[in-house]
Write a new protein. Structure first.
Length: 94
């Protein structure tokens, strides 16, 4: 199963169940923060990886136990069958 969201530039980006499991297993601080992760994709600041031009970082600040931290979401922009195939690789607090 996959969950789709649009970023502020109109790109559809999806997250698979496998990626959610990876995020919540590898980054315990993000458990219960699914909404914030999707919000980061929808309206966070986007930057491009200078060495991998199909890799983007979305970042947005949120409160974690009274402290402001960024949630950063890594998205790969790819093509499959002449269609965009934009997916979340991971997310983590910073």
């Amino acid at each position: 199963m996959r969950e789709e969201v649009q970023d502020r530039y109109g790109n559809t980006i999806y997250v698979t169940d496998e990626r959610w499991q990876h995020i919540f297993t590898s980054h315990h601080q993000l458990r219960g923060r699914r909404h914030e992760i999707l919000s980061t994709i929808r309206s966070g600041k986007r930057s491009r990886d200078p060495s991998l031009l199909d890799k983007f970082y979305y970042a947005k600040p949120f409160l974690f136990k009274g402290r402001l931290k960024l949630i950063e979401v890594v998205v790969l922009f790819r093509w499959r069958n002449n269609q965009p195939n934009n997916f979340v690789l991971t997310a983590y607090p910073r």
